[in-house]
Design a protein. Structure first.
Ligand SMILES: Nc1nc2c(ncn2[C@@H]2O[C@H](COP(=O)(O)OP(=O)(O)O)[C@@H](O)[C@H]2O)c(=O)[nH]1
Ligand SMILES: [Mg+2]
Lengths: 391, 606
C-alpha cells in the first residue's frame, strides 16, 4: 500500500487534480485575499501559450497518471476566452488523458456578460461551474464590492443550470449588518434553487484586504465568535434538513455532489497547480508558482515553467498538512495511512492524550484508524487542531 | 586643605519637579564648573532612568568655587540627595553631611508632602534652611502665598526667602550669597584622629568602587590605611579627590570637606552608607551616630519570560547589585514561572527602577510577581521542633496554618498632603486599607493627614490609587513604625482547580474577599477561552471566597481552506504552537505570560 501510494506521487489517494489559475479580475473585492490582479489589457495569445507551457512542465513530472479533476480558479476565470479553456483542456487530455468521469469546474462571476459564454465553456468541456453569487441581498452585494445585483446573479444561475449538469454557488454570511432571521430567509431561498452544491462562508477579515484596513481603523465590525456561532449552527441545521449537509467546514452537497477536485486537496492527494501563484503537491514536494502575473510570465520565458519554489516537505510537515486539511472533512482522516505515508507512528503525528480529552468532550471521534471531528466540534476546528496535531 | 571658615556644605530639599536639578545645574554654571558647551541638561542626574523620571537615585556631589561679595573665595559643596521616600536613609546620611539646605518650593505648586518630610529631617540635623521660591517666571506663580505656606506649615521664617527662577537664571547670585552668609561653616579638628562619614558609594568601571565621604575630623590622604568601623574592614586609599563635577584629584581632604576616595574595593556591598571611616593606626574612639543597616522591605519574584534567559537574568542582577547594595536576591523556583529570583527592595519605586533597568539596559522580558512585605511568623512548637519566629518574604513559603501562633506585619506612618476637595475619597482609601487616622489639619485649602497603615496595603497599588483619586495632587511620604499582629491569611488562586503558586498572596482576612474577587475578575479577562469552561477561584485553605467562570470557546474555525492554503495554514498552526510555548500549562489550561504580568500589576484596580 505504502509503495503504491508513493509511486502515485506521494499523496493519500489515487486522484490526480489539475488546478489552473487565471489571475485577472475586473476589480478587486474588499474581502478577497486570493491572488487576483486588475490589468487594463491581457495579451490573450501570450497567456494561452504560457499556461500551455506551464502545464507541459507539470505533465512531464507526473507521467502515467490520468486526471480525475480540473479546476479553473482565479481571479475570474470566466473572463478567459472559451478558446483558451478549450485549448488547455485539449492539452491536458493529450498529456495525461482524462478519467471517464472527470470533473471540470470553472469559477464564474454571475454577470450577464459572462453567462453569455457558458454555452461555449460547456462546449469546451467544462462540466461544473461554481458561481460567485455571494449574496441574495443587493445592499450586501454592494457592501461586498460586487458588480452584479441579485437579479443579474440569479439570471446567471439560471443560465448555468441550463448548460451545466453540476452547479454550485458561494454565499458569504454573518455580515456585520445581518441578523440571523435575514440569513435564515436568504439561505432558505438559496436552498430552493435546487443546486446540488453550495459553499457557505462566514465573512472573515483577511490580512491585506480592504476590509482588513477598515477593520484596523475601526470602521468595520465583524460579528464576534459568539454571534457567528449562532449563524453557523443555523446553517448546519438548515442545510442538513434540506439534504445538503456539510461534508467540509464550509461546503455542503447532496451526497455524490461533493467537489471531487477540492476533496483531493482535503484528502491530501496529488495536485498540480499552474498559472500565477498556484500551489501543488506532488511526490512529497510543495510547488509554488510566481504570484505576480508579470513575474510568472518572465519566469516561464526564462525557465520553461512558472515555478518560484519547489521544496521537499519534511515528513512531519506532510503529516501536519494531511491532518489540518483532512480534519476539515466530515469523514475525517485515516491515521494509519497518514502515519505510513510519512513513516512515523500515529503517536508521533497526533497528541493522543489531547485526543482522548477531546473525545471525552465529544469534539472528536475515533473509530479504529479513523479520526474525525464531530459536527459539534467542527465549529472549533482550529482550536482542536492546535491541541491534537503534533509538530 | 581648606580653611574651615571658607567651606559651606549644603543640600537642596525639594518636592519632585520643583526644580532641584535645574537649580543645581544653574549653580554649577554660574560658578564655572562646566563650560556652557559641557552643560548637558541636568548634569547631576547621570543615569538614564534618573533623567527620564527626574528622580535622583544616587547621592551626587559637586564642589563649587565661589568668590562672594565680601571678596573672599569659598568652596561650596552641593549634595544632591535622593528624592524619594524609598531612599530615606540615604537622604538622612546626605543631610548629616551638611550644615544647611536650600528649601526649594515651586512658586505655583506650593509646599508638598515630600518637602515636609525632608525639611523636618533637615531641621533635625540642625540645618540652617534657606527658603528659595522657584519658578517665579511662571504666570501662575504666587510667591506671597507660598511664603505664607512656608511659615504656616513648616514654621520657618520666609520673609527673606529668595525669589528665583532656575530656568531663566533669576536669583542665582542671591542664592549663592545666601549660602555663604546664612549657612554656617563646618566644624572639625584637623589634629584629631580621622573620622569621616561614608555618604554613598557606586561602582565605576574604571575606578572600581568610588566612595563619597564627608570628613568630620582629621585628614585623609592617598596611601593611608583606613578602616570601616561598622564593616570592620581595612583598605588602602589610592585616590582622593572631588567632583567639579569633573573628577579632580586632590592631595588630601581635611575636616569639613566633602569628596571621594577609592581604595581598591571591588564590591559595593562592603561600603555601607553611614559607616565611619577612620585611620588604622590612629583610630577614632567612637563611630559616628546614626548608622543603620538598610533592610529590604518589599519583596517580589522576578522571572524571565523566556526560561532560556535565566542565566542572563542572573548575570544582569549581579551586575546591577554592583552598584546597588540595597537590594537583595536569591534564587526561587515556581511551578508557574520556572526559575527566577526573589528580590528585596527598599520600596516600590526601588522595585520599579530595578525592574526597569533590567528590562531596558539588559534587554530582558520579565514577569514580576505581586510585591509582598516581610511578615514575622510566630510558630508553635511541634514534636521535633521548638517554637520559633521566622521571617516570611514569599507567600509560597507560608507554613501550615496550624503551626502558626500569630503573624505580625510591618506598619508605616504615612503623611499625606492633599487639596481639601479630594479629602473625602482619600480618607476612604486609607480607611479601606485598614488605616488608623492619627492627625488631620487644614492649612490654606489643603489637608495634612497622618495615618498609620499596614505596609502590605500600601505596596498593593496604594500610591497609584492616591494619585488617581486626587488627580495627581496628593503627595505622600512614609516611614516604618515596626511590626504589629494582624489577622493575616494566605489566599490561593485556583485555575481549573489547580493552585497557581505565582498568584498566591498574603492578605488581611477582612480584605481577602474583595481582593479575591478582583483577581478572579481580572483573570477571567486575561485567560483566553478554551475548549472547555474554566472555573477560577480564590480560596483560603479549602474555603472558596470568590469565583468566576471562563465560558468555553464557541467558534474558532477558518472558513476557507483550499489547495494553496495548506502551506499557509501549516505555518499558522506552527506559530500557534510556538505561541503555546510562551504559555504556562496548568493541568489542561494554558495561561499566557501576559496574564500573569497583567494580573499581578499594581494600580489597575478600578
Ligand atoms: N518655568 C520654570 N520651570 C522650571 C524652573 N525650574 C525648573 N523648571 C522645570 O521644572 C521641571 C522639573 O525641574 P527639575 O529640575 O527636574 O526638578 P527636580 O525634580 O526637583 O529635580 C523641568 O521641566 C524644569 O525645566 C523655573 O524656574 N521656571
Ligand atoms: Mg531632578
Amino acid at each position: 500500500m505504502l509503495k503504491q501510494v508513493q509511486h502515485d506521487g506521494g499523496g493519500l489517494e489515487d486522484a490526480l487534480a489539475l488546478y489552473i489559475h487565471w489571475p485577472f479580475c475586473v476589480s478587486k473585492c474588499p474581502y478577497c485575499d486570493f491572488n487576483s490582479h486588475v490589468r487594463e489589457a491581457v495579451d490573450q495569445a501570450q497567456w494561452r501559450e504560457a499556461l500551455l507551457v506551464d502545464m507541459a512542465h507539470e505533465a512531464a513530472l507526473l507521467p502515467e497518471r490520468r486526471l480525475t479533476s480540473i479546476f479553473f480558479g482565479g481571479g475570474t476565470p470566466s473572463l478567459m476566452p472559451p478558446a483558451t479553456v478549450a485549448a488547455l483542456l485539449e492539452a491536458a487530455e493529450r498529456h495525461w488523458g482524462l478519467a471517464p468521469d472527470i470533473e471540470i469546474t470553472l469559477e464564474a462571476n454571475p454577470s450577464s456578460v459572462e453567462a453569455a459564454r457558458f454555452a461555449d465553456l460547456a462546449a469546451a468541456g467544462v462540466n461544473r461551474v461554481s458561481l460567485g453569487l455571494q449574496s441574495l441581498d443587493n445592499q450586501a452585494l454592494r457592501f461586498l464590492g460586487r458588480a452584479h445585483d441579485v437579479e443579474e446573479g440569479l439570471g446567471a444561475l439560471d443560465t448555468a443550470q441550463k448548460h451545466f449538469s453540476r452547479v454550485s454557488f458561494d454565499l458569504i454570511y454573518a455580515l456585520p449588518e445581518q441578523d440571523e432571521a435575514a440569513w435564515e430567509a436568504e439561505l432558505a431561498r438559496a436552498l430552493s434553487f435546487g443546486t446540488g452544491h453550495m459553499s457557505l462562508y462566514q465573512l472573515t477579515i483577511e490580512p491585506g484586504t480592504r476590509f482588513a484596513a477598515l477593520f484596523a481603523k475601526g470602521e468595520l465590525a465583524p460579528k464576534d465568535a459568539d454571534e457567528a456561532a449562532g449563524f453557523y449552527e443555523l446553517t448546519q441545521a438548515m442545510t442538513g434538513a434540506a439534504g445538503l449537509p456539510a461534508y467540509e467546514t464550509s461546503n455542503h452537497a447532496r451526497p455524490g455532489e461533493e467537489s471531487r477536485h477540492n476533496l483531493t486537496y482535503w484528502r491530501y492527494g496529488t495536485y498540480a497547480g499552474i498559472g500565477p501563484g498556484a500551489h501543488g503537491r506532488r511526490g512529497g514536494l510543495a510547488t509554488q508558482r510566481h504570484r505576480k502575473p508579470e513575474n510568472w510570465l518572465s519566469a516561464l520565458a526564462r525557465n520553461g515553467h512558472g515555478l518560484q519554489e519547489e521544496a521537499p516537505l519534511a515528513p512531519t510537515d506532510q503529516a501536519m498538512e494531511a491532518l489540518l486539511m483532512g480534519l476539515r472533512l466530515r469523514e475525517g482522516v485515516d491515521l494509519d495511512r497518514i502515519a505510513a505515508l510519512v513513516g512515523k507512528g500515529v503517536a508521533d503525528i497526533v497528541d493522543l492524550a489531547a485526543a482522548g480529552r477531546l473525545e471525552r468532550a465529544e469534539l472528536i471521534r475515533r473509530d479504529g484508524e479513523r479520526l474525525a471531528v464531530t459536527p459539534r466540534g467542527m465549529i472549533l476546528l482550529d482550536a482542536i487542531l492546535a491541541e491534537v496535531v503534533r509538530a | 586643605m581648606t580653611d574651615l571658615s571658607k567651606i559651606r556644605n549644603f543640600s537642596i530639599i525639594a518636592h519632585i519637579d520643583h526644580g532641584k536639578s535645574t537649580l543645581a545645574d544653574r549653580l554649577i554654571q554660574r560658578t564655572g564648573g562646566l563650560t556652557d558647551r559641557e552643560m548637558s541638561a541636568q548634569v547631576l542626574d547621570n543615569m538614564d532612568i534618573e533623567k527620564e523620571r527626574g528622580i535622583t537615585i544616587k547621592a551626587q556631589t559637586v564642589r563649587l568655587d565661589y568668590t562672594a561679595r565680601d571678596g573672599q573665595s569659598y568652596i561650596l559643596n552641593l549634595m544632591d540627595t535622593p528624592g524619594h521616600v524609598d531612599f530615606a536613609y540615604e537622604v538622612s546620611r546626605s543631610l548629616a553631611a551638611c550644615e544647611g539646605a536650600l528649601l526649594v518650593v515651586d512658586a505655583a505648586q506650593g509646599v508638598e508632602a515630600q518637602t515636609l518630610a525632608n525639611v523636618y529631617q533637615s531641621i533635625e540635623h540642625d540645618h540652617e534652611i534657606v527658603p528659595v521660591i522657584n519658578k517665579i517666571d511662571l504666570p501662575a506663580a504666587e510667591p506671597e502665598k507660598v511664603k505664607a505656606e512656608i511659615e504656616d506649615i513648616i514654621g520657618l521664617p520666609a520673609d527673606e526667602a529668595v525669589l528665583a527662577s532656575a530656568k531663566s537664571g533669576i536669583g542665582i547670585d542671591e542664592i549663592l550669597e545666601a549660602i555663604v552668609t546664612k549657612i554656617p561653616p563646618p566644624k572639625g579638628d584637623r589634629d584629631a584622629p580621622l573620622k569621616a562619614m561614608l555618604v554613598d558609594s557606586w561602582y565605576d568601571p574604571y575606578l572600581g568602587v568610588v566612595i563619597l565621604i564627608r570628613v568630620i575630623d582629621g585628614v585623609i590622604k592617598k596611601g593611608q590605611n583606613i578602616k570601616f568601623m561598622q564593616a570592620g574592614t581595612q583598605h588602602l586609599v589610592d585616590r582622593v579627590g572631588a567632583f567639579r563635577p569633573k573628577i579632580e584629584n586632590l592631595p588630601e581632604l581635611g575636616p569639613g570637606e566633602v569628596g571621594f576616595i577609592t581604595a581598591q574595593i571591588k564590591e559595593i556591598a562592603q561600603t555601607r552608607v553611614g559607616d565611619t571611616i577612620t585611620d588604622v593606626k590612629k583610630p577614632a574612639a567612637q563611630a559616628l551616630e546614626g548608622f543603620k543597616e538598610v533592610q529590604p522591605v518589599v519583596f517580589c519574584g522576578l522571572f524571565p519570560v523566556d526560561a532560556n534567559d535565566f542565566e542572563k537574568l542572573r548575570e544582569s542582577i549581579s551586575k546591577l547589585r554592583l552598584n546597588d547594595a540595597s537590594f537583595s536576591f536569591e534564587m526561587e523556583s515556581s511551578a508557574a514561572l520556572g526559575f527566577g529570583f526573589r528580590c528585596g527592595f527598599l520600596g516600590l519605586l526601588h522595585l520599579e527602577i530595578i525592574q526597569e533597568r533590567l528590562t531596558r539596559e539588559y534587554d530582558l522580558d520579565l514577569i514580576t510577581t505581586a510585591p509582598s512585605v516581610v511578615y514575622r511568623l510566630h510558630l508553635r512548637h511541634t514534636k521535633d521542633e521548638a517554637a520559633k519566629t521566622i521571617e516570611l518574604h514569599n507567600p509560597a513559603d507560608m507554613p501550615d496554618p496550624n503551626r502558626i501562633e500569630s503573624i505580625e506585619e510591618p506598619w508605616i506612618e504615612a503623611t499625606i498632603y492633599v487639596p481639601d476637595e479630594y479629602l473625602g475619597p482619600i480618607l476612604k482609601l486609607c480607611q479601606d486599607r485598614r488605616g488608623i487616622q492619627k492627625n488631620l489639619t487644614y492649612v490654606a485649602g489643603r489637608a495634612q493627614l497622618t495615618y498609620e497603615l499596614p505596609l502590605n496595603e500600601v505596596v498593593f497599588d496604594f500610591y497609584d490609587r492616591l494619585k488617581s483619586i486626587s488627580r495627581g495632587y496628593a503627595s505622600f511620604d512614609y516611614h516604618q513604625i515596626g511590626h504589629r499582629e494582624g489577622d493575616l491569611v494566605k489566599m490561593n488562586i485556583l485555575v481549573n482547580a489547580e493552585p497557581v503558586d505565582a498568584l498566591s498572596m498574603i492578605v488581611h482576612r477582612s480584605q481577602a474577599e474583595a481582593r479575591g474577587r478582583h483577581m478572579c475578575e481580572r483573570l477571567k479577562d486575561l485567560i483566553p477561552r478554551h475548549l472547555f469552561k474554566i472555573p477560577i477561584q480564590a480560596a483560603i485553605g479549602g474555603k472558596v471566597i470568590a469565583r468566576e467562570t471562563i465560558a468555553a470557546l464557541r467558534k474558532d474555525v477558518t472558513a476557507k481552506c483550499y489547495g494553496g492554503d495548506a502551506t499557509r495554514k501549516r505555518k499558522l498552526l506552527e506559530k500557534q504552537k510556538e505561541g503555546k510555548k510562551r504559555m504556562r500549562e496548568y493541568g489542561s489550561v494554558s495561561i499566557p505570560q501576559e496574564a500573569f504580568i497583567a494580573a499581578l500589576r499594581m494600580g489597575d484596580e478600578s
